[in-house]
Ligand binder design. Structure first.
Ligand code: BGC
Length: 270
């Protein structure tokens, strides 16, 4: 019997969109707890390599793997490549996501489809491959009490409407029901599916919201904790949801948002 030193020792994790932002933070956090991490990227292998180098410098291990998560055959090939090298997948973090913002009346079908394809269909395609593998392998008690864990990267915008971002909010609302439905469907097979709902996290996706002092002060009005989140804040939540510490947690969204969902406009109003 292996004595587990760290929470994720011996487990294989695929993190999509892991060459920057929240995905990179999550990949590093999982690796620090002993997971072998497949760092998915769609462009810029150098950035993915850099994340892997950092992981290796700290004694971790992993690989980089290119795939557009909205492309069925690329997703299938990504899982094949990971299984060829490491045998299985224990943890999937459906992180890849993007914004293509526009006023609704100006939003093109291309903008709509691009966001839905990556943010929602991408999570469908990756989850399906992961579930197939979890069902094939079943529980390996030395590694985890679960047959597999999926973490869907959602957003506070799975519940907060967001003017000018109809495609993005719709995709995250969709992620919520996708997550809950597959959690219900596979809980009897000891597969756990949960989401993380980040608030404003300092990453390239929202640099306009924090790059100038004026923008940052505006943003703080939405955050009772009075600071922007960092990728490490999400990394910690991902480790917990991946580990047996959360074994009885299934089908829920863990919001990591500094209180953004607490209706901060009501603090001195209403
Ligand atoms: C978006 C960010 C935004 C945050 C809070 C996230 O899901 O990607 O751009 O800052 O929600 O509104």
């Amino acid at each position: 019997m292996i004595i587990k030193q760290r929470k994720l020792d011996g487990q294989v994790a695929i993190v999509t969109g892991a060459s920057s932002g929240i995905g990179a933070g999550v990949a590093k956090a999982l690796a620090a707890e002993g997971a072998i991490v497949a760092i998915n990227y769609v462009s810029g292998p150098d950035k993915a390599e850099k994340v892997l180098d950092e992981i290796k410098q700290k004694g971790g291990d992993g690989m980089i793997v290119k795939a557009d998560v909205s492309n069925e055959s690329e997703v299938v090939d990504m899982f094949k490549a990971v299984h060829k090298k490491y045998g299985t997948t224990d943890i999937l973090v459906n992180n890849a996501g993007l914004q293509q913002d526009a006023a609704f009346h100006n939003m093109t079908l291309t903008q709509w489809n691009f966001v839905l394809n990556v943010n929602l269909t991408g999570q469908f395609l990756c989850s399906r491959e992961a579930i197939k593998e979890f069902l094939r392998r079943g529980v390996v008690p030395d590694r985890s009490k679960s047959a597999g864990k999926i973490i869907c990267m959602s957003s506070v915008h799975e519940v907060i409407p967001w003017a000018g971002h109809a495609n993005y909010s719709a995709s995250k609302g969709g992620v919520m029901m996708l997550m809950k439905t597959i959690a219900q469907e596979y809980a009897p097979m000891k597969i756990r599916v949960n989401s993380i709902g980040p608030g404003a996290i300092r990453t390239p996706i929202n640099h306009g919201a924090w790059q100038t002092p004026e923008a940052y002060n505006m943003l703080l009005k939405l955050i009772p904790a009075k600071r922007i989140g960092e990728a490490e804040d999400i990394g910690g939540a991902a480790v917990w949801l991946s580990s047996d510490d959360s074994e009885y947690v299934n089908g829920t969204t863990l919001f990591v948002d500094g209180g953004m969902l607490l209706y901060p406009g009501f603090e001195d109003n209403g």
